[in-house]
Ligand binder design. Structure first.
Ligand code: ADP
Length: 588
């Protein structure tokens, strides 16, 4: 009776244990099923895969919690192998560890139990981590480890028949501290090895997916941020990609284009031709393309073929670089060369003419006053040549990136203004000049020759661009620590949209009134550089048909220290000195 009772109790206990194990197995099967579903999701794009680190973190958190519950473990952590450092590094999230502990927990792949499991791809159970000679003691102390079950994280690649053809070890999985002072058993290894395999696949697929999509996003950001237009067309002549610059060039809205045939997206036949010839096998090409949207812009287009794995043409990538400004500067430059030739020849012809007349006048036909008048004209024409050459030399200095060296001295700006106005007055009978100078205008410390050049350029423009005459006013005043000088005219003025380009080298306003006057388009460009060399600023207010006011403002007391990188004293370089004693004249 007693024996029966004992064996009955044992049967009950065995049944209870079996029930417990069955429940555990069912739970494990559920975890595995869910992990495998997760894995399927990750590898097939039809369902929603793990696409972000946050989603991966949530999945792993769920997995670790379940493992902790099933194995009755306090802590669990995944470690991944880092080929760059040769280390095994704990990953966040982990069960029962703080973020800080995870940050510190890492070993070399040659160290400790982690290293051994990783290298040998074999699970290990350690019942007493503190005394086990294989454990890394700092980590045992850091994580407060009593016992541990460690399994490798292996990814298996299978062939069509389900045979494992490749195994790749990506790290290890630790489960620490069995609850209630229990020990990890052999059956725990079987369970956890199966789960770790699924977890390894989920992690590596998700990490790969996240890395590829991060790279893709980065590439897209770079492409979108590019100034050049980028167009990618597939071998089927459909648009694969267009960055925003390309959309802008062809006036295509953001959600339009991708996936459609090129002919439906871009009308320009020249673009079709370029893409067609590349797709039909001809190598890279470069061409120029004019696009009217609505103003004409010129693009340099470069096409290159994209080849697939088998060497066939898989598509074409075309880049569009805006070279409108480049072409416009080239055009302005060639116009400039012919204008400069003209500007040089005109005074020379006049000088030669008057000298020949005087030389040939052996009979004394011309009286003294007429001769004087001829000499004055020759003198003025020489000034005009000197002025032009000086401007050209200064321009070449600016173009080659050299600073305009300033020779500083303190002087009375009113005196320079009066001199320049007197000199300019001699070129015109149509204009009335008014000089308004603040009574107690302070002296300035600046480069006197360059002040002369700035004023001469602005005044000669005021005369040139008010061909019907009118009043020209020069107004100088102190403004705080600065001196401000304005030159106003009542001439042809400048249209608002042209104002921003006035100081661009070689730029001349393309209007009939403006083009009537000869010029090189470098005067204002030089004025800007000369004023800026003095740490000042030049600005313009103008109204078409009413007149213009050019104002420059500069610090009154410039010092050598203000001109870092420039030589502020000494002999001016020949290139920018104002040659000759005579005041500069006329044409800018
Ligand atoms: P330019 O040698 O052609 O005079 P500038 O650089 O001095 O070259 O001037 C550039 C252009 O700015 C001129 O071609 C002219 O169209 C315009 N401009 C300059 N000054 C004036 C002004 N006072 N009134 C109207 N237009 C002006």
């Amino acid at each position: 009776m007693t024996e029966q009772t004992t064996s009955g109790r044992q049967d009950d206990e065995i049944r209870a244990e079996l029930d417990r194990l069955r429940a555990q197995i069912a739970e494990l099967q559920e975890v595995r099923r869910q992990l495998e579903a997760e894995l399927q999701d990750t590898s097939s794009s039809a369902t929603a895969p793990i696409t972000t680190s946050a989603e991966l973190e949530a999945t792993l958190r769920w997995f670790l919690r379940r493992v902790g519950m099933i194995l009755q473990a306090e802590k669990a952590a995944l470690m991944l192998y880092e080929p760059e450092t040769g280390g095994l590094v704990a990953q966040w999230p982990a069960l029962g560890l703080t973020e800080e502990e995870v940050g510190i927990f890492r070993v070399r792949a040659t160290q400790g139990i982690s290293g051994q499991v990783f290298r040998e791809s074999r699970p290990i159970i350690t019942d007493d981590a503190t005394s086990d000679p294989r454990t890394v003691k700092e980590n045992v102390a850091l994580l407060n480890v009593r016992n541990v079950l460690t399994v490798p994280l292996v990814i298996e690649r299978k062939d069509a028949e389900g045979m494992v053809v490749e195994k790749n070890n990506i790290g290890v999985f630790h489960v620490f501290n069995k609850r209630n002072n229990g020990r990890f058993a052999e059956e725990d290894i079987t369970l956890i090895t199966a789960l770790a395999k699924s977890a390894a696949s989920v992690i590596s697929s998700a990490k790969l997916y996240i890395a590829v999509s991060d790279e893709k996003r980065e590439l897209e950001r770079t492409l979108q941020g590019m100034l050049a237009g980028v167009l990618v067309v597939g071998a089927d002549s459909r648009v694969r990609l267009m960055n925003s610059a390309a959309r802008h060039i062809f006036g295509i809205s953001a959600d339009d284009g991708t996936g459609k045939p090129l002919s439906q997206v871009i009308e320009d036949e020249a673009v079709h031709e370029l893409i067609r010839s590349c797709l039909s096998g001809s190598s890279e090409a470069t061409a120029e393309l004019s696009v009217f949207s609505p103003e004409e812009r010129i693009y340099q287009v470069q096409t290159s073929c994209l080849t697939g794995d088998n060497g066939d043409v898989a598509g074409v990538i075309a880049t569009f670089n805006d070279i409108t400004e480049l072409r416009s500067v080239e055009r302005m430059k060639s116009e400039f060369v012919s204008t400069v030739s003209h500007e040089l020849r005109t005074p020379l012809t006049s000088i030669k003419g008057f000298i020949r007349t005087l030389l040939e006048d052996t009979d004394g036909y011309y009286d003294r006053d007429t001769q004087l008048e001829f000499y004055n004209i020759i003198d003025a024409e020489c000034d005009r040549l000197v002025r032009l050459i000086s401007d050209l030399l200064n321009l070449s200095r600016i173009e080659s990136g050299r600073a305009l060296d300033l020779v500083l001295s303190e002087f009375d700006l009113a005196q320079v203004i009066n001199q320049v106005v007197e000199s300019q007055r001699s070129y015109t009978h149509r204009h009335e000049f008014e000089i308004i100078i603040q009574d107690d205008l302070s002296n300035v410390t600046a480069d006197r020759d360059k002040m002369d050049q700035i004023l001469t350029n602005l005044l000669s423009n005021a005369i040139k661009y008010s061909p019907d005459g009118g009043k020209i006013t020069v107004h100088a005043r102190d403004v705080g620590d600065n001196i401000a000088v304005s030159i106003s005219d009542e001439g042809i003025g400048v249209a608002e949209e042209q104002i921003s380009r006035l100081f661009t080298r070689f730029h001349r306003v393309d209007s009939r009134d403006s083009r009537k006057q000869y010029g090189t388009g470098i005067g204002l460009h030089l004025v800007k550089h000369l004023v800026e060399a003095h740490k000042g600023e030049v600005s313009v207010e103008s109204k078409l048909g009413v007149g213009s006011t050019f104002t420059f403002v500069l610090p009154r007391g410039l010092s050598r220290d203000d001109l870092s990188g420039q030589s502020a004293a000494g002999e001016p370089a020949a290139a920018e000195s104002n040659p000759g004693e005579s005041p500069p004249a006329g044409s800018s």
